[in-house]
Design a protein around this ligand. Structure first.
Ligand code: UT7
Length: 331
């Protein structure tokens, strides 16, 4: 059976740019604190009426245009998100309808900041099983919908955005090589949204308590992220007979530049091999991997045949890494 490979990448970002200086006006924070503690300088915020599905649909339309495909050519769509338009139906259904993917089935995947990575792995299995030829994987989050804009510990970190990739069968020697994923639910309260589910259905009381907002134990997640990010990369390369030095590029989840710097140091790789778009977009949760990948491609920093790793850590706690040989035989 063929491996799956990424044959197109597209993104969508809302127009509104929110700089650290903008946040300084309403929050007890400073540009100096945000920049030095996170590496983030600005992030995007969706306009009124913009949702996760509209952002995702823009990204998918651009993706099909780039690859020269019609909406009817897509077999399936997987949407990684923690900010679905509604609890149900799935945002995948909403994007399918907006773009007119008339032959596709699809579903949402919830794994927080590891969501896009897990969706990439899932979509790749759908290709390599022979079941499908074209699977679209979307990572999209309107984080401004679940962020308490008065909470300086989270409001400065997150941004809105979307990205999409197309998975197709690869020529021999290219595409996905393997993956290493884990979940550890004992860390479920380190990063979560308490209300709005079956445990605490939304009510006047939950809203008054601010339980419809994301809450995070930043230090605990930071420690887990630094350890797991390097560990996941090492595990997946070792499993296939490589070392971190063989990697042309690591496409990591974008939460904090200090996490990326610590992982870079632990892995002993050159800093320019750790992709980062944190300064421009902050943490867009499920959109970070496609946004970072698109940036690397735009800079011409990725070439056919390069060995790369996608790695992510997030709420759950979820984590993992995926190893692939970039490109395909003729692309
Ligand atoms: O993507 C999902 C996974 N999420 C992550 O990976 C996030 C991981 N965690 C982090 O990135 C970092 O822990 C944070 C950026 C969230 C926080 O950075 P930190 O260096 O761990 O800061 P801290 O939580 O230890 O707080 C240090 C101080 C505190 O003040 P005191 O208690 O020392 O007086 C905070 O109240 O910094 C204060 N602080 C701020 N000060 C100015 C927290 N947020 C801010 C802020 N502006 N925005």
């Amino acid at each position: 059976m063929p491996a799956a490979t990424i044959t197109a990448v597209a993104t969508y970002l809302p127009d509104q740019v929110v700089s650290n200086t903008d946040l300084q006006r309403t929050l007890d924070t400073t540009d100096a604190w945000i920049t030095s503690r996170t590496g983030i300088r600005e992030r995007r915020r969706g306009a009124p009426g913009e949702t996760t599905s509209t952002m995702g649909a823009h990204a998918v339309s651009r993706l099909l245009e780039k690859r020269g495909l019609a909406p009817a050519d897509v077999d399936a769509i997987i949407v990684a998100t923690i900010t679905p338009d509604m609890v149900f139906p799935a945002t995948a259904c909403l994007i399918q309808d907006q773009v007119g993917l008339s032959n596709a089935w699809g579903f949402d995947l919830s794994a927080a900041c590891s969501g896009f990575l897990y969706a990439l792995t899932t979509g790749a299995q759908m290709i390599s099983s022979g079941a499908h030829n074209r699977v679209v994987v979307v990572g999209a989050d309107l984080m401004s919908a679940i962020i308490d804009q008065d909470d300086r510990t989270t409001a400065v970190l997150f941004g809105d955005g979307a990205g999409a990739i197309l998975l197709e069968p690869a020529d021999p020697g290219y595409g996905v090589i393997g993956f290493q994923h884990r979940v550890d639910g004992s860390g479920r309260e380190d990063l979560y949204m308490r209300a709005g589910g079956s445990l605490r259905p939304a009510s006047a009381e939950t809203v008054a308590a601010g339980e419809h907002y994301l809450r995070q134990n930043g230090r605990a997640v930071f420690k887990f992220a630094v350890r797991r990010m390097a560990e996941c990369v090492e595990l997946v390369v070792q499993q296939h007979g490589y070392t971190p030095a063989d990697l042309a590029m690591i496409i990591p989840h974008q939460a904090n530049q200090r996490i990326l710097d610590a992982a870079t140091e632990r892995l002993g790789i050159a800093p320019d091999r750790m992709a980062s778009v944190l300064d421009r977009y902050g943490n867009t949760t499920d959109a970070t991997l496609p946004l970072a990948l698109a940036d690397v491609l735009e800079r011409g920093a990725l070439h056919r045949g390069d060995l790369i790793v996608f790695v992510a850590v997030g709420a759950g706690l979820t984590s993992g890494a995926l190893l692939m040989r970039w490109g395909s035989g003729n692309r």
